[in-house]
Design a protein around this ligand. Structure first.
Ligand SMILES: NC(=O)C1=CN([C@@H]2O[C@H](COP(=O)(O)OP(=O)(O)OC[C@H]3O[C@@H](n4cnc5c(N)ncnc54)[C@H](OP(=O)(O)O)[C@@H]3O)[C@@H](O)[C@H]2O)C=CC1
Ligand SMILES: O=C1O[C@H](COP(=O)(O)O)[C@@H](O)[C@H](O)[C@H]1O
Length: 594
């Protein structure tokens, strides 16, 4: 077959490297192709599942044993009683591992961009937490890779400062840290150098000592070098006899075109099954619990539709500004940074139909269906804001444009509110309101479900005329202080008939007094296990961008000026007008919850 090379062109946003070339016939994991000729993705998938099942014995987030396929180790789908018990949420790897199996495979995790903020803050600590709790396989090594020159010891020193043990599990903490750090190594190299990745490959091989090697690359780097790294890593450092997977951090493009281009470029070197697009909100405990709450409780699912739900609110706020990330942020803004991914993913989980099973493809199919049923966001349904400087009790808080990496005349929104609609039978006419902002008065992420009025409510006069106060509201507080609570109307004890608002409150810290794992732990574990359910499939990504790209372009073309709001305030008043247009009040500002 003829081989065509065509430029995988660099987008106007400088999102992709100009050196992205397309070889339509063979490039896909060419080193892998030495032993496994190019095959259709399902063959690759089965191959990787078999490899994974044979060599790993970790359980993933859907409770399935390793590799997160519906097939269980015994191939007949049956679990032993003990395994079943463990899969129901009890901790620790569940499947007995023979000594021979323990010996024969290795896992190498390479953190590309190891000198960066995310690697230090989240990835190494998450890997340590997994190690501490015995979730990692016996034979594993962690490699840091970046351009900064560091020795193994220097990397260990740097990351040791960010490792912590769980508050409730401090036993042998220091020992465990030492053991973990001994498994950490560093290789300095350029991101586009095949030679440097060959050297990494040699080092990995040395550690793998001839065993079956499974390799995970975590791209914790700016997006303009994703493709360079994937090319070099896939050509020079992919596994010859096990699986190779790549975790890609957001942003996945900045609009439909650049995202499509990125996917196309990545797929020259990787199959879709090898790409794990991370949205860390999907790894958060309460987000994971959303489906459990809905699909395992009869009291909720029957109410989950336009018949009973008046509106749904997805709220994200941070009480700090861009602080050091202004350079990145100014090219994206809050809609791309938070709404198009984190909040939209929660919305999709919230609104999807019941999946056939918990298998990744079944869940992701349902999410895609919801996203495709949505109307693209309209300009009249968005308001944007930007924080300005503010002084309070002798302290001054900077404006967004005070950040030296942000242009003084930047119109990038640091706050946005939006109303979205799902055009399907379940959700027709129900506003899904999103609100996201930086430098606000509080840090929180939550989902609020406001129910309709009780028809002909017998007790309405006990509330006076404000019927809004008498509706039920279900709140899933994702962070901080994880909780699920339901606002109900209740009789105040006493001889009279007075009603008030009370909460049925499931506060996690009271009910589950143990530290909740960080989202990155769950996601890393799933990537190792080959479980894709909590990662974004390319068609999901396309559908997500299709909803936001037109309005993002319009905001830019029309040079819409964001409404200024003081740093540390509750955001621009425009958000209230937008909600009022749909007869909604923001639940987080309603008095008892603000
Ligand atoms: N930090 C965070 O909280 C979050 C980050 N992300 C995403 O994760 C990824 C990593 O984030 P973060 O760690 O903050 O990023 P950094 O800016 O810290 O970059 C990571 C590393 O990449 C290298 N690097 C930085 N800029 C360039 C450049 N222009 N060209 C080549 N190499 C460069 C540097 O390593 P060296 O110079 O040693 O090669 C740096 O240490 C990004 O895609 C980001 O969007 C997502 C969610 C949150
Ligand atoms: O992806 C991002 O998320 C963080 C917020 O994450 P959280 O887990 O701390 O809530 C946000 O600060 C950042 O701007 C964004 O890129």
């Amino acid at each position: 077959m003829a081989t065509h090379f065509s430029p995988c062109s660099s987008s106007s946003t400088n999102f992709l490297p100009s050196s992205c070339f397309k070889n339509e016939t063979t490039v896909l994991f060419s080193r892998f192709a030495v032993t496994v000729p190019r095959k259709s993705s399902w063959v690759t998938q089965i191959h990787s599942r078999i490899q994974g099942r044979k060599h790993f014995h970790i359980k993933s987030s859907n409770g399935h044993p390793l590799n997160a396929v519906s097939l269980q180790d015994g191939l007949d789908g049956s679990l032993t009683a003990k395994e079943h018990d463990k899969s129901q949420g009890k901790e620790k790897p569940s499947i007995p591992i023979s000594e021979a199996e323990k010996e024969e495979s290795t896992l190498s995790i390479t953190v590309v961009g190891a000198s960066g903020d995310l690697a230090k803050k989240k990835i190494f600590p998450a890997l340590f937490a997994l190690f501490y709790e015995d979730w990692l396989p016996e034979n594993f090594t962690v490699f840091g890779y970046a351009r900064t020159k560091l020795t193994d010891e220097e990397l260990r020193n740097t990351i040791s400062r960010t490792l912590t043990c769980r508050i409730d599990q401090r036993e042998n903490c220091e020992d465990k840290m030492d053991q973990f750090l001994k498994r950490c190594f560093y290789h300095a190299g350029q991101y586009d150098s095949e030679g440097d990745f060959s050297e990494l490959d040699s080092k990995l091989k040395e550690k793998e000592a001839g065993k079956v090697s499974n390799r995970l690359f975590y791209l914790s780097i700016p997006p303009n070098i994703f493709v360079d790294v994937v090319r070099s890593a896939s050509l020079r450092a992919s596994s010859l006899n096990g699986w190779t997977r790549v975790i890609v951090e957001k942003p996945f493009g900045r609009d439909s075109e650049s995202s499509g281009e990125l996917t196309r470029c990545l797929k020259q070197y990787l199959t879709e099954d090898q790409i794990f697009r991370i949205d860390h909100y999907l790894g958060k405990e309460l987000v994971e619990n959303l489906s459990v709450l809905r699909f395992s409780n009869l009291v909720f699912e029957p109410l989950w539709s336009r018949d009973y739900i008046r509106n749904v609110q997805l709220i994200f706020s941070e009480d700090f500004g861009t602080e050091g990330r202004g350079g990145y942020f100014d090219n994206y803004g809050i809609i791309r940074d938070i709404m198009q991914n984190h909040l939209l993913q929660i919305l999709a989980l919230f609104a999807m139909e019941t999946p056939v099973s918990l298998d990744a493809e079944d869940v992701r199919n349902e999410k895609v269906k919801v996203l495709r049923s949505m109307k693209p966001l309209q300009l009249e349904d968005v308001i944007v804001g930007q924080y300005k400087g503010h002084s309070k009790s002798d302290r001054s808080y900077p404006a967004y444009t005070d950040d030296p990496t942000v242009p003084k005349d930047s119109r990038t929104p640091t706050f946005a509110a939006a109303a979205l609609f799902i055009n399907n039978a379940r959700w027709d006419g129900v506003p899904f309101l999103m609100k996201a902002g930086k430098a606000l008065h509080t840090r929180r992420a939550e989902v609020r479900v406001q129910f309709r009025h009780v028809p002909g409510n017998l007790y309405k006069r006990n509330f006076g005329t404000d019927l809004d106060k008498a509706t039920n509201e279900l709140v899933l507080r994702v962070q901080p202080d994880e909780a699920i609570y339901l606002k109900i109307n209740n009789k105040v004890p006493g001889l009279g008939m007075r009603l008030d608002r009370s909460d049925l409150n499931l506060l996690y810290s009271a009910r589950y007094p143990r530290e909740i794992p960080d989202a990155y732990e769950r996601l890393l574990l799933d990537a190792i296990a080959g479980e894709r359910r909590l990662f974004i499939r390319s068609d999901e990504l396309d559908a997500a961008w299709a909803l936001f790209t037109p309005v993002l372009k319009e905001l830019e073309q029309k040079k819409i000026v964001p409404e200024l709001y003081p740093h540390g305030s509750r955001g621009p008043v425009g958000a209230h007008y937008l909600a009022a247009k749909y007869n909604v009040r923001w639940g987080d500002l309603s008095g008892d919850d603000s």
